[in-house]
Design a protein around this ligand. Structure first.
Ligand SMILES: [Fe+2]
Length: 237
């Protein structure tokens, strides 16, 4: 199983604080049957340019590799294989930002995009469309569930989906008893293509994909998990 959205790299964003925590998160994920993880630290244009961000990400990943090595843990054997990406927060002009392709998952064509936490408008949707056409990138909408309420009473979610974006949902939306019904409905309607834990730490936002996989398998069958894995693994190839 692959986890396509996580904040496991140490000391780079509001996710894992240090290598100790990163290794705990990786071990916990592996114990839950997660063989592959995409590390997607937050990218905010007003904090760093892409070049600086990528240097920081590289240094953080190197630190993690060293720490794993020191503990005798090998990626893909004792802890999940880790690929790098980023979670790019939407900004005006993003579709003209030349360095955008350098922020994709594993330097491929998938870009994890965090949409604005507000009511969108047509120009936001059209900028997402521009990203896909200008750069020939496949946009993955991070945790779609967080935006639904803001767009209530509009057709903006439908407009976004009709661009052919890939949609990611967080495990917590499925795991939580209060939102499970809505989550399963979206999965059943094929709105969702990939799952992520969006784990940030070991306390409040820990690795939690196993529970959601079990719920989906029980309620909707294994085919959905196969689909999520197929598309998830496509993201790193
Ligand atoms: Fe995230």
């Amino acid at each position: 199983m692959i986890d396509v959205h996580s904040h496991i790299l140490p000391g780079i964003d509001d996710g894992s604080r240090d290598t100790k925590m990163s290794l705990m998160m990786l071990k916990e994920s592996f114990a839950q049957g997660i063989e592959t993880m995409i590390a997607t630290p937050h990218f905010y244009i007003n904090r760093n340019e892409a070049e600086v961000f990528l240097e920081k990400r590289k240094a953080s990943f190197e630190k993690l590799k060293e720490a794993a090595n020191k503990e005798g843990l090998s990626f893909g054997k004792d802890i999940p294989k880790v690929y790098t990406g980023s979670e790019v927060f939407f900004f005006r002009g993003i579709s003209k930002y030349k360095a955008l392709p350098s922020l994709t998952v594993n330097e491929g064509k998938y870009l994890l995009l965090e949409m604005p936490f507000s009511k969108w408008n047509d120009s936001i949707i059209s900028e997402v469309e521009d990203i896909m056409y200008t750069f020939k990138l496949q946009v993955v909408i991070a945790h779609i569930e967080r935006f639904l309420e803001y767009q209530k009473g509009t057709d903006l979610i439908d407009k976004l989906l009709s661009l052919g974006v890939t949609v990611q949902m967080n495990a917590e939306y499925i795991n939580s008893f209060f939102t499970r019904g809505k989550a399963l409905k979206l999965i059943k309607e094929d709105v969702v293509q990939v799952l992520g834990s969006d784990c940030h730490n070991m306390e409040k936002r820990p690795p939690n994909l196993r529970k959601s996989i079990d719920i989906i398998e029980k309620k909707l069958g294994h085919n959905f998990i196969d689909k999520f894995n197929k598309i998830g693994y496509n993201m790193i190839n």
